[in-house]
Each structure stands twice: as structure tokens, then as C-alpha cells.
Design a protein around this ligand. Structure first.
Ligand code: DOR
Ligand code: ZN
Length: 345
């Protein structure tokens, strides 16, 4: 198999940042994807429909000439997000979900909520109107081992939440464990999950390959090989519950190569090539199209894209860095070669 043509895909989990940083990375996503769910963890976060409208406009303005890429916006869940605001979000037509960042779980999560009890009326309204709840699924208790935080979240938060609100649409974002894949498979149709390229292609050894590897550090952190295999099995099964979400999260090189480096892997420069590699390795290249182009819009209740993109088997070298505003970002597989390339690029 030397080429793969699929319906134009979408990225259901993306960090675009803002300003000059955004302008540097946006073309990578816009050339591969028709739409992307844009994460709201800016500083300050995108907490209202008005802020989401402004951010959306800044993205549209920064797009390369002629691009028809559509940003799908999200609101950052704070204790101040009211039930009325989520109705306004749904009515806006451009806000597609509300994102949970447990306070302290990850980059720019300080404004997040400590628990869900205080926001129940808002979540109840979201369940009523069908607005998806996008969940960073990790407990933040420092006593819980960092590699166990996702599995603990299922028991401590996800199960009780869905018992209380069984119809709430939930996207379990960037799942990393066997437990999460199993939970999503066994849950109702209102529960889906995004899977990143890094969690399909790497296990936690990649953090320590010949030395400490800050560019392989993201949250949730890479897990053991048994979990990577479980994710590969899940996406290769063809289940409609799993869809493409890169979690491409650019950080300036110097903020990762430092004594306390921040979390995030940049993958937008070659997102589809990474997924093609993963699906091929899983022996299921025929399942890539639904994962990348059908399952996401079907879950969100949005139309599937028309048109196609083609990947060709052609070796190319990933640059050691890309410009990122006035800094650089080190991409996934920097300086290495990839075996799939988007045709026409
Ligand atoms: O690795 C991550 N980076 N995980 C997140 O949850 C946030 C993201 C970011 O914004 O950099
Ligand atoms: Zn993310």
C-alpha cells in the first residue's frame, strides 16, 4: 500500500495558543484538517461565549490566504460558568463544548475547578441541551502516583458523574490507559474519546531514551507498553467511540529544555503521517478514515466533511525545529524521518 486517501479529517483536540505563536502553528493544522476543536487554556482562559467569539475571530484572521479551515470553540469550565452561558454557547453555533481542567492537572489549569459538585447545575443544563463535556481525566491529588491519575479519575470522577447525569455527552480526552479504553467501550453512546498520536506510538520508555527527553513529556504522561497496546487495539477495532484528537500542544523550546519543563508535544506538522504510521502498525489502515473523519463529527452531531486528502508513502525528514513566534518549537520526531507524507504539500 503506497497511498491512503480518506475523507477530509478533523482534529478534535488542539492547542493553538494566541497571537504570533498561533500564527506560526496554525498553517500546519489548516493544511491537514477541515476543522479543529480549539482548547481554551489560554492565559487568561476562554471562559465566556464573548471571549470565544473574539478568539475565533483572531484564528480566522491568522489563517493562510484561501484556507477554509473552521475553528470549533470551547469554553473553559470555571465555577463562574452559569447554566445560561452554556445555553448561549450552544445557541452561538460556534462553541461545541465545555472543557474540564481539574485545577492543577496540567498547563494553564490553575483557573479550573477543584471538583464537580459546585458546577452541577451547569453540567445538568449541558446534559439537557446536548452540549459536550470535554474532560481532562486525571485526578490531581499529589498522593496519587502520576502514572495512575487517569485510572483513579475514572473511579473517583467519571463513574459518579455519569451516574448522576447518565445522558451527558462526555469526551474523555487523550486517553492513555487500558482502563480508559475499556471504560469508554463499555459506556453508553454518549461517551467517546480522543486518542493522540504520541499515546499510540510511544510508551513511557520514550521519556528516558538515552537520557531525559523533555519533548516526549505531555500530560497525561506516556504510560507502559501494555496501555499503548490497549489503545492500538481500541482504535484498530473500528469502534465509533474513538476519534482523532492530536492534543498538539506547542511550547517554546527553552520552556521545555529547562530544569522544570512544561508538558506538551507538538505534532501538528505531521499529524496525519503519525496516525497513518500507527494504524499501519496496528494492521488496520482501513480503519483510519472513520477514526479521522467520521467518528468525531458523528459524535458531535456535525456534518462529515466532503473532499479527500491523500497520504503517500514517501520518506521525509522532519526539521529539527519550526519557528514559534520569536522562538522555536521542537516537533515530534525532530530530525528523524517519517514514511508518510500528505500529497500536494
Ligand atoms: O501535555 C499537555 N499540554 N497536556 C495538556 O493537558 C495541556 C497541554 C498544553 O496546553 O500545553
Ligand atoms: Zn490538550
Amino acid at each position: 500500500m503506497n497511498s491512503l486517501t480518506i475523507t477530509r479529517p478533523d482534529d478534535w483536540h488542539l492547542h493553538l495558543r494566541d497571537g504570533a505563536l498561533m500564527a506560526s502553528v496554525l498553517p500546519h493544522t489548516a493544511r491537514e484538517f477541515a476543522r479543529a476543536i480549539v482548547m481554551p487554556n489560554l492565559k487568561p482562559p476562554v471562559t465566556t461565549v464573548a471571549l470565544a467569539a473574539e478568539y475565533r475571530q483572531r484564528i480566522l484572521t491568522a489563517l493562510p490566504e484561501g484556507s477554509d479551515f473552521q475553528p470549533l470553540m470551547t469554553l473553559y469550565l470555571t465555577s463562574g460558568l452559569t447554566p445560561d452561558e452554556v445555553v448561549r454557547a450552544r445557541d452561538s453555533g460556534f462553541v461545541q463544548g465545555v472543557k474540564l481542567y481539574p485545577a492543577g492537572a496540567t498547563t494553564n489549569s490553575e483557573a479550573g475547578v477543584a471538583g464537580l459538585d459546585g458546577v452541577m447545575p451547569t453540567l445538568e443544563r449541558m446534559a439537557e441541551i446536548g452540549l459536550p463535556f470535554l474532560v481532562h481525566g486525571e485526578v490531581t491529588d499529589p498522593a496519587v502516583d502520576v502514572f495512575d491519575r487517569e485510572a483513579a479519575f475514572i473511579e473517583c470522577v467519571m463513574v459518579p458523574l455519569l451516574q448522576r447525569l447518565p445522558t451527558l455527552k462526555v469526551v474523555f480526552e487523550h486517553i492513555t490507559t487500558r482502563q480508559a479504553a475499556q471504560f469508554v467501550l463499555e459506556a453508553g453512546d454518549n461517551v467517546g474519546a480522543t486518542v493522540t498520536p504520541q499515546h499510540l506510538l510511544m510508551n513511557r520508555n520514550a521519556l528516558f531514551q538515552g537520557g531525559i527527553r523533555p519533548h516526549h513529556y505531555c500530560l497525561p504522561v506516556l504510560k507502559r507498553e501494555e496501555h499503548r497496546r490497549a489503545l492500538m487495539t481500541a482504535v484498530a477495532s473500528g469502534s465509533r467511540k474513538f476519534f482523532l484528537g492530536t492534543d498538539s500542544a506547542p511550547h517554546a523550546q527553552h520552556t521545555k529544555e529547562t530544569a522544570c519543563g512544561c508538558a506538551g508535544i507538538y505534532s501538528a506538522h505531521a499529524a496525519l503521517a503519525f496516525y497513518a504510521e500507527a494504524f499501519e502498525a496496528a494492521g488496520a489502515p482501513d480503519k483510519l478514515e472513520a477514526f479521522a473523519s467520521f467518528n468525531g463529527p458523528d459524535f458531535y452531531g456535525l456534518p462529515r466533511n466532503t473532499g479527500t486528502v491523500t497520504l503517500v508513502r514517501e520518506s521525509w525528514a522532519v526539521p529539527t525545529s519550526y519557528p514559534f513566534g520569536e522562538h522555536d518549537v521542537v516537533p515530534l520526531r525532530a530530525g528523524e524521518s517519517l514514511s508518510w507524507r500528505l500529497a500536494g504539500q
